[in-house]
Ligand binder design. Structure first.
Ligand code: PMP
Length: 427
């Protein structure tokens, strides 16, 4: 055990999850690569859980942060803040939400917490509909709406949460259904829940479940849900913490793939927008955003130095059309990975959109989750110089690939080769 690992264990909570038998200390990065404390280089296919949206050490972001830090780092939202207003304006426009208002937080958890504060106050109800297998963060209320019980560190709850089918269909009673039958069954399940309650505040969903293993509902599911919800006046919250900013290639926001009914009532974002700086936030219709009963504030949300990073990062993303790159390189990478695993007894599926790709591992020749194989591939890939993530329901048997959106074709090919070798080692 390294001495840093030893010291980490002595001061950190036991539940603070760490990757790898010998955890990695990353000391620096550039482009799509990071280096560990021993100087070994890795191609980064996980971007610090999708936080490095454009590239590591992107000069434009570094310059913006350094210049802003040299002027002033922080003052609080009690004073006007130019970078914050500018980033809010850009996000309001990009969200497509009419008359949008933007509130910045410091994490995805706090963004979802704020969305819950808004929805419950707007509807005067603490009942929330959430998806099975979902992940929405680690605060008391975010845990309370997280359907993935592997990441729900307490069973106590400040909210009444009703879980809706639709998040996972790879196994269980819905696995054999066609898309149309699946949508019908999920809508019937939602109608059934709503038959017993009249006051749900909102339904919150990830357009593609991130921690849940990059599982995507069939296109049209959320549109069908929206029709039911709008009949009851229930709000729609799209958690875009992983799926936003063009990651899925075809669309700028994840909800656009599933829902033709226009933007959600509330959209939450975080992770990639700061390219590693802690920015989260909520976008909502003005009447929803303005429904709170008293003033509120976030001391660190909208900090000038993080906002400067967000502005530089967003400009880079748009100027270089990285959404298009995610579509093109992601599409090639999915094809390449499918070719690599063709005929494999251990891989159930390679799935994904853009640069959000999952490889689901199973026990040879069965449909049973294989978390041991996922861990073994993660370790083998690391040995080969590639970082990937893991996810899935209770059994984390899905490899998660979500590199910075500037990934080149040559880098995609390099990563696919290392993965092929790592997968062979567990066959
Ligand atoms: N929502 C989703 C969909 C997420 O994936 C995450 C983080 N994995 C969160 C919310 C919470 O974000 P944070 O860790 O920044 O609090």
């Amino acid at each position: 055990m390294s001495s840093l690992h030893h010291r980490h264990l002595a001061v950190s909570p036991e539940w603070l999850a760490l990757y790898y038998r010998h955890p990695l200390e990353i000391t620096h990065g550039e482009g799509r690569y990071v280096w560990d404390a021993d100087g070994k280089r890795y191609l980064d296919f996980f971007g610090g859980i999708l936080t490095t949206m454009t590239a590591h050490a992107l000069p434009e972001v570094t310059k913006a942060v350094t210049e802003q830090a040299g002027r002033i780092i922080h003052t609080s939202t009690l004073y006007l803040n130019r970078p914050m207003v500018e980033l809010a304006e850009r996000i309001a426009t990009l969200s497509g939400i009419p008359d949008a208002r933007v509130f910045f937080t410091t994490s995805g958890t706090e963004a979802n917490d704020t969305a819950l504060l808004l929805a419950t106050t707007y509807r005067r109800s603490n009942q929330i509909l959430a998806m099975r297998n979902s992940y929405h963060g680690r605060s008391f209320s975010a845990v309370a709406i997280t359907g993935n019980k592997a990441w729900s560190p307490t069973s106590l709850s400040p909210l009444q949460t009703l879980y809706v089918h639709g998040g996972v269909r790879t196994r269980g009673p819905y696995a054999e259904l066609s898309d149309a039958q699946f949508i019908k069954a999920c809508v019937a399940d939602l109608e059934d829940l709503l038959g017993h309650t009249r006051d749900a505040a909102a339904l919150i969903a990830e357009p593609i479940q991130g921690v849940g293993g990059f599982t995507s509902p069939p296109d049209g599911l959320f549109a069908a849900f929206r029709e039911v919800l709008s009949r009851h006046g229930i709000l729609w919250i799209s958690d875009e913490v992983q799926t936003g900013w063009g990651r899925t290639g075809e669309h700028f926001w994840g909800w656009q793939a599933h829902d033709r009914n226009g933007p959600p009532d509330i959209l939450t974002f975080a992770k990639g927008i700061g390219n590693g700086m802690s920015i989260g936030g909520v976008v909502a219709r003005a009447d929803v955003m303005n429904c709170l009963d008293a003033n509120s504030i976030s001391t660190f949300g909208g900090s000038p130095v993080t906002m400067a990073a967000g502005l530089a990062n967003l400009s880079y993303l748009l100027d270089h059309d990285l959404q298009r790159n995610a579509r093109r390189v992601g599409g090639l990478l999915i094809e390449r990975l499918r070719a690599i695993v063709a005929g494999s007894e251990c891989v159930r599926e390679v799935r994904g959109r853009g640069l959000m790709i999952g490889i689901e591992l199973v026990k040879p020749g069965t449909d049973d989750a294989n978390p041991e194989a996922a861990t073994a591939v993660l370790e083998a890939a690391r040995e080969g110089g590639l970082l990937v993530g893991k996810g899935g329901g209770h059994n984390t048997s899905v490899l998660r690939i979500a590199p910075p959106l500037s990934l080149s074709i040559a880098e995609a090919e390099e990563g696919a080769e290392i993965l092929a070798e790592a997968l062979r080692s567990v066959e």
